[in-house]
Design a protein around this ligand. Structure first.
Ligand SMILES: Cc1cc2nc3c(=O)[nH]c(=O)nc-3n(C[C@H](O)[C@H](O)[C@H](O)COP(=O)(O)OP(=O)(O)OC[C@H]3O[C@@H](n4cnc5c(N)ncnc54)[C@H](O)[C@@H]3O)c2cc1C
Length: 440
């Protein structure tokens, strides 16, 4: 007879692991199913950066360097971490095609006091996950690696999770299977979600990369692609990546051109060595408003529009773990039982951030290389530091808005082109959608 679990959790990423650990510690009977053989082996691009010391989605994280503990004071939990780390994260630098730089954060100044000023710590994601898994297992969570979930069947008194190994039965099922979630698709929940494109990433892990400063994330805009460079946790290791919204783009060839042939940027890679490659394909679908469907609960990237982040996925898993505990304590194995998690998701996450519009368009489609060089070099001083992808757009706007008169005098065509880009937003979004594959 199939064993009946209190909760079957699909996916041992940060969200699923944290939900398993939290509910397992409370004594619930948990099966945690993961398709990978070894979760410490991370192949899907992820720089392992945990943003620190600033509020993102209403949450904040600090890192105690002495004890190697991530502390989540808003949610009220902490996570021990045993592995390499590096907290050289002071913001973003944006490069134009000619190598001019717009700085978000004065890194030379900020790095004088890393404890106060660091905006992020790069960890080994594999080691972070392994540590949480060990804690979950020591609380009795039963772990099933190398097990691929293929479907779910919902009955009145429970749910069957079908896998390539055997079936699992649970009173609740947690879909923590990440972006492009198979469970969300199998339940038909993607059908109502607005699709806004497919992003393809190729990331090369390299040593010996020497840009002028690399104590943060570099975005490099060239006329043939947008690249990023970021230091990861291992000494002298960097992620050098390209992202595009057109699955037909030849990422390998474009990355090769950037690191070998670009007259401005290839000198940074003269002595660089390729260590490894990571990649991923991510569909952008509108966030799900209510992450609950007949006792299947969605958490982390599975219900979000894009990247929830490791920190927020841990936080969501933590809230869900306790909500599940309360459901069993109160004898309410239903939607009302997990209201604590649904309420948190609704008020703290979905309502403030879940309905942000997706823009279309790429600056290099509109501006020339010379115009981009002019803009990058224009601000007289670095903008205030942030490592938040949402906040940085406001920072850019706040920097350039007061300069609009000057831009109008120097390069009137630039403002006209920005106007055209704004008008073309819908058209560009449609093109992005057409190039992608929604896979609903
Ligand atoms: C290019 C890129 C870079 C990123 N860099 C960062 C970063 O530096 N810092 C940061 O905080 N966030 C980063 N993110 C975001 C971060 O990776 C995610 O938000 C986070 O991993 C989401 O956690 P999750 O637990 O919801 O899902 P995931 O981490 O994706 O975990 C899902 C798990 O489910 C398993 N699974 C999937 N399908 C099945 C199935 N059918 N059966 C069984 N198991 C299954 C997967 O193997 C995986 O282990 C990045 C994302 C991208 C795309």
């Amino acid at each position: 007879m199939t064993k009946q679990y209190d909760v079957v959790i699909v996916g041992a990423g940060p969200a699923g692991l944290m939900a398993a650990k939290t509910a397992g510690e409370s004594g619930l009977n948990i099966a945690l199913i993961e398709r990978k053989k070894d979760i410490s082996w991370v192949r899907r691009t992820d720089a392992g950066i945990i943003a620190l010391n600033e509020y993102i989605y209403g949450q904040i994280v600090t890192f105690n360097r002495a004890t190697q503990t991530l502390v989540f004071p808003v949610a009220g939990f902490s996570v021990k971490y045993e592995g390499p780390w590096n907290d050289n994260r002071y913001g973003f630098h944006f490069y134009s095609p000619g190598g001019k730089r717009f700085k978000v954060g004065d890194w030379a100044e900020l790095k004088k006091d890393p404890v106060k000023n660091s905006k992020g710590v790069a960890l080994s994601k594999g080691k972070l996950l392994e540590g949480i898994l060990a804690e979950a297992q020591s609380s009795g969570v039963e772990y099933f690696p190398n097990t691929n979930v293929t479907g779910v069947a919902i009955q009145d008194d429970g749910i069957t999770v079908e896998t390539n190994q055997k079936n699992f039965q649970g009173r609740f099922v947690v879909a923590a299977d990440g972006v492009n979630s198979r469970i969300v698709r199998a339940l038909g929940l993607n059908k109502q979600r607005q699709f806004s494109g497919t992003s393809c990433y190729l990331t090369r892990v390299m040593t010996g990369v020497v840009p002028p400063e690399v104590e943060g994330i570099l975005f490099i805009m060239t006329m043939y692609g947008t690249f990023s460079i970021s230091q990861v946790c291992d000494k002298d290791h960097y992620h050098v990546g390209i992202v595009t919204n057109d699955p037909k783009d030849e990422l390998e060839m474009l990355l090769q051109r950037f690191t070998h042939d670009d007259p401005v940027f290839s000198p940074w890679f003269r002595n660089a060595k390729r260590v490894d490659d990571e990649c991923c394909v991510v569909n952008t679908l509108q966030a799900i408003e209510r992450p609950f469907y007949r006792n299947v609960i969605l958490v982390g990237d599975a219900c979000w529009s894009y990247q929830f982040s490791n920190a927020l996925s841990l936080t969501a898993g933590y809230h869900l773990g306790y909500a599940l505990t309360r459901a069993f304590l109160n004898g309410k194995m239903n939607e009302e039982g997990v209201a604590q998690y649904l309420e948190w998701y609704d008020t703290q996450i979905y309502k403030p951030y879940g309905q942000l519009p997706f823009g279309g368009g790429n600056l290099t489609q509109y501006l020339t290389a010379e115009e981009l060089d002019y803009l990058a070099a224009l601000p007289a001083a670095p903008a205030p530091s942030t490592a938040s992808f949402t906040r940085v757009f406001h920072t850019i706007l706040e920097t350039y808005m007061p300069l609009s008169e000057r831009i109008k005098e120097d390069h009137p065509a630039i403002l006209e082109k920005f106007k055209a880009m704004g008008e073309d937003m819908e058209k560009n979004l449609e093109e992005k959608k057409k190039a992608g594959f929604p896979n609903k």
